[in-house]
Ligand binder design. Structure first.
Ligand code: TRP
Length: 454
C-alpha cells in the first residue's frame, strides 16, 4: 500500500533560506519517493486567522505557490492545491466542530499563549482573540482527515495539532462509525488517524544575527532576493572579530552553518579547512554568497517566469483541486450520510451499500406459485413484514403485469376498498398486510423502490 503523505504550507510572509533548507527542499525530495502519494496544499484559510489585509493575503499565496513550483515541486506527481478550493474541508470542519470538546480547544498552545499574554497584561483573557485562532486546530484536523492522510510531516511546534487531529478523528469514528458502515456498506473506520512525522535531520538555519532564521526576529535572507540584495545581506552576517590569518571556529559559526546547508560534503570539508587556515571573514562571505547565488539562480529565474503568468499558475492549482476532490467528494458524501445528512432521495442504506445490505433493508416484491397452481405476488417492507398480499393469477405473465403497473402507477392510483381489499384504479389487486401501515405503507415502499431504480 502506498503511504499517503500530506502537509500544509502557511501562506504568510516571503519564503527565506531557512524555509527552503528546513521545509521546502526536504519536502520536495520526499515527494519523489515512489512509495509515497503526496498532497501539498496552501493553507490559505489558515492565513486569514492572522492576516486582515486582502492584498497581502493574495500576494503571499501567489508567491508561495510560485516558490514551491520553482523549487522543483512536480504537480504531475504531487497533488498540489489551495485549501480554499476544496469546499469539503470547511464542511468537514463543521462535522468535527460538533464532536469537539470545547475544553480541548481551550488547551491548544497557540490559543492558550494568547490568553496567558492577555492575563499577564491585565486584559480580559479573550481580548483581541478571534474565534479563528480558537478553531485553528479543528480546521487543521479537517485538512488532514479529509484526505485519509497516513503521515503528516511538520515542525515540532505542530505536534499538538496532529495529536488533536487524531483525537477528533477517533471521536468521530467512535460516534459515527456504525452509521457510516451502514450508510456506505464499507468496513473499517470512516476517518484515518494520522501519524506525525518529525524529520530530525532537517537543518534549522541561523539568520543574520546568529539566532534561528525567522520572520519574527527580522533576521532573514529572502530565498529569491535579487543577486545584489543577496550579496548585501550575506555581507551583513555577524561574525566574531578575528582577523584574516587567525584560525576560526566552524562550531557556532552562523556563516559556516549556512554554507554547509548548501554545500556538498567535499565543499563543506574544504571550507572547514579554510577556517582552520585563517580565511578572512570577507572571503568566507564571498564564498557563501557565490554558493547560494549559484544554487538559487535557476530557481529564481523560474520563479520570475511563474509569477509573471498568474493564469498558468491558476491552471496548475485548478488541476490540483480537481485531483484533490476526487478524494474528498466521496469521503464527505459518506460522512454526511453517516451523521444523518445527505440527499433525501438516497435512502442512507441504498447508495454504495453492498447488494446484500440493500436487499435486506429495501422493500421487495416476491412472486411465487401457490399450491392451488395460481401465481401470486406479495410486497414486504425492509424488515420483511407483509404490506400487500396480491391476488392469484393464471399465468406468471399476468401476475408480473400487475406488479409492473403497481410500480408505475401505484403511488398515485392505489386505494383501499372494502374489507381491507386494495384497488388500483378501481380494480381489485389484493389485500392489505396485517400491519398498521395500510395503503400509505405500500405507497411509501413503492416510492423507495422508484428512487433506487432511478
Ligand atoms: N499549521 C501548519 C503550520 O503552521 C500549517 C498547516 C495547516 C498544516 N494545515 C495543515 C500542516 C495540515 C500539516 C497538515 O505550519
Amino acid at each position: 500500500m502506498t503511504v499517503r503523505v500530506l502537509t500544509g504550507i502557511t501562506t504568510t510572509g516571503t519564503p527565506h533560506l531557512g524555509n527552503y533548507a528546513g521545509a521546502i527542499r526536504p519536502a520536495i525530495a520526499a515527494s519523489r519517493d515512489p512509495g509515497a502519494e503526496s498532497f501539498f496544499f496552501l493553507a490559505d484559510y489558515h492565513a486569514l486567522v492572522k492576516a486582515d489585509d486582502p492584498r497581502r493575503v493574495a500576494r503571499s499565496r501567489l508567491e508561495i505557490a510560485a516558490t514551491w513550483l520553482a523549487c522543483g515541486l512536480d504537480p504531475q506527481r504531487v497533488t498540489f492545491y489551495r485549501q480554499s478550493d476544496i469546499v469539503e474541508i470547511p464542511q468537514l470542519t463543521w462535522l468535527l466542530t460538533c464532536v469537539t470538546a470545547k475544553g480541548l480547544l481551550n488547551r491548544a498552545h497557540a490559543y492558550k499563549a494568547a490568553v496567558d499574554k492577555n492575563v499577564a497584561d491585565g486584559e480580559d483573557p479573550d481580548s483581541g482573540i478571534n474565534a479563528g485562532l480558537y478553531m485553528y486546530p479543528v480546521l487543521m484536523a479537517a485538512d488532514i482527515l479529509a484526505f485519509g492522510a497516513h503521515r503528516v510531516p511538520v515542525g515540532r511546534d505542530q505536534i499538538q495539532h496532529i495529536e488533536m487531529a487524531r483525537d477528533l478523528g477517533q471521536r468521530f469514528n467512535h460516534l459515527y462509525g456504525d452509521a457510516w458502515r451502514q450508510a456506505t456498506g464499507r468496513d473499517g473506520e470512516p476517518l484515518v488517524l494520522p501519524e506525525v512525522q518529525i524529520d530530525e535531520n532537517v537543518a534549522t538555519l541561523p539568520g543574520l544575527d546568529g539566532r534561528k532564521m525567522s520572520k519574527s526576529y527580522d533576521n532573514t535572507i529572502p530565498l529569491f532576493a535579487p543577486s545584489a540584495e543577496l550579496k548585501r545581506l550575506v555581507m551583513s552576517i555577524v561574525t566574531d572579530s578575528r582577523a584574516p590569518g587567525e584560525p576560526k571556529d566552524t562550531e557556532g559559526s552562523a556563516l559556516f552553518q549556512l554554507y554547509q546547508a548548501f554545500a556538498t560534503p567535499a565543499q563543506a570539508a574544504e571550507m572547514r579547512h579554510a577556517y582552520a587556515e585563517g580565511i578572512g571573514w570577507g572571503d568566507a562571505k564571498q564564498r557563501l554568497f557565490a554558493l547560494v547565488d549559484e544554487t538559487v539562480a535557476p530557481m529564481r529565474e523560474q520563479y520570475a517566469r511563474l509569477i509573471a503568468r498568474p493564469a498558468q499558475l491558476e491552471e496548475i492549482l485548478q488541476e490540483g483541486a480537481r485531483k484533490a476532490r476526487e478524494v474528498t467528494v466521496p469521503l464527505l458524501d459518506g460522512l454526511q450520510r453517516a451523521v444523518g445528512l445527505g440527499p433525501f432521495s438516497v435512502p442512507a442504506i441504498a447508495a454504495g451499500a453492498s447488494t446484500q445490505d440493500a436487499a435486506v433493508r429495501l422493500p421487495q416484491f416476491k412472486q411465487y406459485r401457490e399450491a392451488d397452481g395460481r401465481f401470486h405476488f406479495k410486497l414486504v417492507d425492509g424488515e420483511g413484514r407483509l404490506l400487500l398480499q396480491g391476488d392469484g393469477h393464471a399465468s406468471p405473465r399476468d401476475c408480473g403485469q400487475v406488479v409492473a403497473r403497481l410500480k408505475r402507477e401505484g403511488r398515485d392510483a392505489l386505494h383501499e376498498m372494502e374489507a381491507r381489499a386494495v384497488g388500483l384504479l378501481g380494480e381489485r389487486i389484493g389485500t392489505l398486510g396485517e400491519g398498521l401501515a395500510g395503503v400509505d405503507g405500500i405507497r411509501e415502499a413503492l416510492r423507495q423502490l422508484a428512487e433506487v431504480a432511478e
